[in-house]
Design a protein around this ligand. Sequence first.
Ligand SMILES: Cc1cc2nc3c(=O)[nH]c(=O)nc-3n(C[C@H](O)[C@H](O)[C@H](O)COP(=O)(O)O)c2cc1C
Length: 205
Amino acid sequence: MGETGLTSGDFTERDEPFRLFGEWLADATAHEPNDPNAVALATVDEDGLPNVRMVLLKGFDAAGFVFYTNFESAKGREILGQRKAAMCFHWKSLRRQVRLRGPVEIVADSEADAYFASRPRGSRIGAWASKQSRPLEGRFALERAVAEYTARHAIGEIPRPPYWSGFRIVPETIEFWHDRPFRLHDRMVFSRGDGGGWNKTRLFP
Ligand SMILES: Cc1cc2nc3c(=O)[nH]c(=O)nc-3n(C[C@H](O)[C@H](O)[C@H](O)COP(=O)(O)O)c2cc1C
């Protein structure tokens, strides 16, 4: 786990897009002013209307791309309803983009527990105090909730809230985009093949 608190796996030859993503993320970690793991997460609601917001990538390996959130938030409900999502990374300092999309799994309880336990105490209290995406009558109501949960968990471990966990996007496609002069950008898309390997295609920019 580095400064982003992000975990990643070891990759074999079959995992080329994940390995390449790891290299680009390492470059971004070296060059971006902050949050190299920040990513736009797109979901769809029950009417098919898209929705997008930023999250922090907290793990990736050949199984997929993991982030954590409140499952009762708008994104949580949208993913639990549709079971699919997309992500788009943009690293301005590198002029690079990575897009991926696919079905979504819920991470194992043990994995979510381990990540939750690694978070600062204040963030763990915050996960209990924030009814994410629901109306808040004023800042004071949030501060009161934080004080309440701080008192309730004054001693001992803070358990993971039952509504807070991680989602893993299992990409069917991953596209890498790199800025080139005169807008003749490099685009390479990896699509999952039948045998579990990846097909690689260059696209017009
Ligand atoms: C850089 C950045 C990182 C964020 N990371 C997360 C995250 O990892 N998980 C999360 O639930 N919200 C995160 N947020 C807040 C979300 O963008 C969003 O405001 C919140 O999750 C509610 O979204 P929703 O109503 O669509 O569910 C982040 C915001 C920013 C700007």
